[in-house]
Ligand binder design. Structure first.
Ligand code: CDP
Ligand code: CDP
Length: 212
């Protein structure tokens, strides 16, 4: 039997950081599903293909290899923007969700993070966490990341971007970002990375004991 942990939430809430810690703690496989949308977008951009042709985008989505995904080659701002545009297309979502579901069945367990894991990809996940933080805190985290890498950042522009990304993710018709009814909410606005991990671990351990 496979145990799946679903982690959803808005941009820069801390999903990736938490998912990697959980995967390590429990010895589970981890998939950052945002990378599947980013890889599709990058393939379209690299081939100079349009971002508004659903059939073309679907073809690219069907080609995405989950094993080769690497955030460092998919992190460009333009790729994120394109990813969030093609993520509204039902055919693209269908293709990527199918691959994500297949991944979620790996033994002995999996952690998937994204926007629709608990609601659409893995509705039967053993544990669902909805990780969030205020838009101000999330924008500051992105700002610190960029400055930490030695680049120049504009907080107001990043804040604006976080708000726009939220609107697009929460407002789309197909699989909008929202907590599943049975998700545990984890607001990390005032939490360190370690505190968020300990809070998540307590929720997961309690949920897993109940399931056994
Ligand atoms: O995956 P997601 O976009 O939700 O966020 P992330 O990449 O895990 O985290 C975004 C940034 O916030 C990273 O630089 C983390 O180190 C930082 N972070 C934090 O400062 N406090 C937390 N509780 C969680 C993340
Ligand atoms: O760029 P950011 O870190 O905010 O997000 P990401 O996790 O890298 O995902 C890129 C884009 O893919 C997001 O803006 C979402 O619109 C989309 N996405 C989605 O629709 N469903 C998922 N399960 C994961 C990502």
């Amino acid at each position: 039997m496979t145990l799946t942990i679903a982690i959803d939430g808005p941009a820069a809430a801390g999903k990736g950081t938490l998912s990697r810690q959980i995967a390590e703690e429990y010895g589970f496989h981890h998939l950052d599903t945002g990378l599947t949308y980013r890889a599709t977008a990058k393939a379209l951009l690299d081939a100079s293909l349009p971002l508004d042709d659903e059939a073309v985008a679907e073809r690219m989505a069907l080609e995405v290899e989950l094993s080769g995904l690497d955030r460092s080659v998919l992190s460009a701002h333009a790729i994120g923007e394109a990813a969030s545009k093609i993520a509204v297309m039902p055919a693209v979502r269908r293709a990527l969700v199918e691959a994500q579901r297949a991944f979620s069945k790996k033994e002995p367990g999996t952690v998937l993070d994204g926007r629709d894991i608990g609601t659409v990809v893995c509705p039967d996940a053993a544990v669902k966490l909805y990780v969030t933080a205020s838009p101000e805190v999330r924008a500051k985290r992105r700002f610190d990341e960029i400055v930490g890498n030695g680049a120049v950042a504009d907080y107001a522009a990043i804040f604006d971007d976080v708000k726009k990304r939220d609107e697009r993710d929460m407002g789309r018709a197909d699989s909008p970002l929202r907590p599943a009814d049975d998700a545990h909410l984890l607001d990390t606005s005032e939490m360190s990375i370690e505190a968020a991990f300990q809070a998540a671990k307590s929720l997961i351990d309690a949920a897993l004991i109940k399931k056994i």
